[in-house]
Write a protein that binds this ligand. Structure first.
Ligand code: ATP
Length: 236
């Protein structure tokens, strides 16, 4: 569904992604793991059009998307749950959810529509607190809000950047359950994580990244059994 082929992304003269190639099949969750600075966020930003690649191709459902502005990539059906959640602090929870959905052209008509009610069904706590300000939520609830806000753009594919960041272990487990539920709705997911156990619990395939390229790929079971890779690239 999403394919990166020989992607090179730079910040100025710094060559960050180096001939990066991988695929995310339809309906699957692929986790991208790696230490700080490996290039995971840069990968997400390259796909979303925030830091376009200088060379190589990114295709989504067979169509090239590299070079398109971020809003056009979003309209194609790729939603972003950014690192650090980026909740709008001066808006209520309801407003945080409805603001990105306001532009009716933001959705291509054939896709299943996520409504406010459906997002509230998935995250009942957001309904209970819909008139609170975004910043009055706990870290886990803010993560639900960030996911709900991405769903309101009716994506078929979601990019999730470190959803476990700053959360307590019990909440990280809940995030894992949410990712499984999203997959059951038919979404395809690229999950960037530093949390080895969350990634292995939620993903169908794991990619390990180091210095801007993929150094290992396999199933979560294979990674759990491979202590050398865990130690060398993930600091587990
Ligand atoms: N805006 C920027 N300008 C210059 N260099 C940057 C910028 N953002 C990131 N980098 C560099 O690019 C490299 C990859 O960073 P990136 O944020 O993609 O890593 P990451 O794997 O997501 O790590 P983290 O988990 O810390 O976010 C790092 O060496 C980082 O210092």
């Amino acid at each position: 569904m999403l394919k990166l082929d020989q992607v090179d992304t730079y910040y100025g003269n710094s060559h960050i992604l180096q001939r990066l190639s991988f695929e995310v099949p339809e309906g699957k969750c692929v986790a991208l793991l790696g230490r700080n600075g490996a290039g995971k966020t840069t990968t997400i930003h390259s796909i979303a059009g925030l830091t376009p690649p200088r060379q190589g191709s990114i295709t989504y459902k067979g169509q090239p998307i590299s070079g398109l502005p971020p809003y056009k990539i979003a309209r194609r059906g790729i939603g972003l749950v950014p690192q650090g959640r980026r909740i709008f602090p001066s808006l209520s929870i309801r407003e945080n959810l409805t603001v990105p959905a306001k532009d009716s052209r933001s959705t291509e008509s054939s896709r299943q529509k996520w409504t406010l009610d459906e997002v509230y069904k998935l995250f009942p706590i957001l309904k209970e607190r819909e008139h609170n300000m975004g910043t009055q939520l706990s870290g886990g609830q803010q993560q639900m809000l960030a996911i709900g806000r991405a769903l309101m753009t009716n994506p078929e594919f979601i990019l999730m950047d470190e959803p476990s960041e700053g959360l307590a272990p019990v909440i990280i487990e809940q995030v894992g359950d949410i990712i499984k539920k999203l997959k059951e709705t038919g979404l395809s997911i690229l999950l960037v994580e530093q949390n080895f156990y969350l990634a292995c619990g939620a993903a169908d395939e794991v990619l390990v990244m180091n210095k801007g390229h993929i150094v290992w790929k396999g199933t979560p079971q294979e990674l759990l059994a491979n202590e050398e890779i865990q130690h060398q690239y993930l600091g587990v």
